[in-house]
Design a protein around this ligand. Structure first.
Ligand SMILES: CC(C)(COP(=O)(O)OP(=O)(O)OC[C@H]1O[C@@H](n2cnc3c(N)ncnc32)[C@H](O)[C@@H]1OP(=O)(O)O)[C@@H](O)C(=O)NCCC(=O)NCCS
Length: 159
């Protein structure tokens, strides 16, 4: 865990928090894979009850974020991102584990996610206890029109 990194969670649309997440978003996702969201998409999902956004900051600067949507006792990790210069220092793991803790605290008993089959993040998910569920062929469309498979992962948590 990186010293000095603070996590803050938002449960509804807050303009500054969305701007911070977008600052990371535009740098974190390779456009080749079509995984990044736009501000209207992010803001739209934040209007849905049960969605939360957690931002990792060092002083005021946003370094990463996690976005989770929950329905009843299940949730989905929609996005996890760390700015390229800050990777490999445990910030992604910190955000993921915080999301799992928040979910448990809210009475949620499972978390699902989809990840591109060639994404290194799979190591982080497996290391954190997620289990492979199935493959979705051609789930992501890159900016060159090429399709990429997604893998679904799930973790069950004791209530
Ligand atoms: C995935 C991502 C969030 C990881 O963030 P991070 O802060 O670098 O991750 P951490 O430093 O906490 O690493 C945790 C573990 O993830 C795995 N990992 C992360 N990046 C890796 C890489 N490039 N290669 C191999 N393993 C990697 C490792 O198992 C690592 O644990 P270890 O250091 O003990 O081996 C970051 O790489 C990212 O933003 N990627 C682009 C966006 C994305 O694809 N997000 C996931 C899908 S939504």
């Amino acid at each position: 865990m990186m010293a000095g990194v603070a996590l803050e969670t938002y449960n509804q649309v807050e303009r500054n928090a969305l701007a911070d997440a977008m600052e990371v978003m535009v740098r974190a996702f390779d456009p080749a894979f079509g995984e990044a969201w736009t501000l209207p998409q992010l803001s739209g999902v934040m209007t849905m009850p049960g969605t939360w956004l957690t931002i990792a900051r060092l002083d005021a600067a946003p370094l990463g974020f996690a976005l989770v949507r929950s329905v009843l006792d299940e949730c989905e990790l929609l996005l996890l991102a760390v700015a390229p210069l800050w990777r490999g220092r445990g910030i992604g793991e910190m955000l993921l584990h915080d999301s799992l803790r928040t979910a448990r605290r809210r009475g949620i008993t499972s978390m699902n996610l989809e990840v591109r089959s060639t994404n290194n993040a799979i190591r982080l998910y497996e290391k954190s206890g997620f289990e492979y569920v199935h493959r979705r062929p051609g789930y992501y469309r890159g900016n060159d029109g090429q399709l990429h498979d997604a893998l679904s992962f799930r973790i069950d948590m004791l209530p």
